[in-house]
Design a protein around this ligand. Structure first.
Ligand code: ZN
Length: 188
C-alpha cells in the first residue's frame, strides 16, 4: 500500500498580499483536510481580495486564515471576517477579526452620509429588488432617508415618531439601507 504524502507547498504571492506565508500554508493544509494539494499555490485575486484556490473554489486568504485560527471550516452567513486596519491586502492574524454582519456594516458606514447623486442610484437598486422580500406599507419613506437621519444622530424611535409609523418599520428600512450600501460598495 502506498500513501500519498503532501509535499511542502510553495506559495507564489502574485497578489502581493501582506501575509504570514507559514501560517497560510498551515491553513491551506488544514482546509484541504488530508487531500493532497498542488505543491505550487498562487495567491491571486477574487474581486478586491487576495485569494487561493481549492479546485474550483476560491477562498479569500483572510477568510481562510480566520477560519483556521477559529478551527471552524465555515461560519454562519451572519458573520464576516473584518480587516482591522481596513487594508484588504493585509491578511496577518492580528488584522483579522470575526464580526457580526450588522455591526460590521454599521461600523464601516459610521459617519457616512449618502449624497443626493448616490441616493438616486440606491433608490434604483432598492426598486429593482422590490417584491422580493420587502414590501413597505409606506413606500414614500425611503430607506436612504432613514439612514441619513440615523447618521445625523436621530434615534430610530424619534424617526418613527416623526413619520408616525412603527419603530420596527424604521429599523427595517435602516437595515435595508445598510444592505444596499453594502451592495453598492461590494464590501464584505
Ligand atoms: Zn470590514
Amino acid at each position: 500500500m502506498t500513501l500519498k504524502t503532501q509535499r511542502d507547498i510553495k506559495i507564489i504571492n502574485s497578489a502581493n498580499a501582506i501575509v504570514d506565508i507559514e501560517l497560510l500554508k498551515k491553513a491551506m493544509l488544514w482546509y484541504a483536510n488530508g487531500k493532497p494539494i498542488t505543491s505550487i499555490k498562487k495567491i491571486g485575486f477574487n474581486g478586491m481580495y487576495p485569494c487561493v484556490s481549492f479546485g474550483r473554489k476560491k477562498l479569500p486568504i483572510h477568510k481562510l486564515i480566520g477560519l483556521y485560527l477559529l478551527g471552524k471550516r465555515s461560519v454562519s452567513s451572519e458573520y464576516v471576517f473584518h480587516h482591522v486596519n481596513h487594508n484588504k491586502m493585509d491578511a496577518r492574524a492580528s488584522n483579522i477579526k470575526l464580526m457580526n454582519k450588522h455591526d460590521h456594516l454599521s461600523m464601516h458606514n459610521k459617519g457616512r452620509i449618502v449624497t443626493e447623486k448616490m441616493r438616486e442610484r440606491l433608490l434604483e437598486m432598492n426598486h429593482a429588488r422590490k417584491g422580493k422580500r420587502f414590501k413597505y406599507k409606506h413606500p414614500e419613506i425611503k430607506p436612504i432617508d432613514v439612514y441619513n437621519m440615523v447618521q445625523s444622530g436621530k434615534s430610530i424611535t424619534s424617526i418613527a415618531k416623526f413619520y408616525g409609523i412603527r419603530w420596527n418599520c424604521i429599523r427595517h428600512r435602516y437595515e435595508d439601507a445598510i444592505e444596499l450600501l453594502n451592495k453598492f460598495d461590494k464590501e464584505v
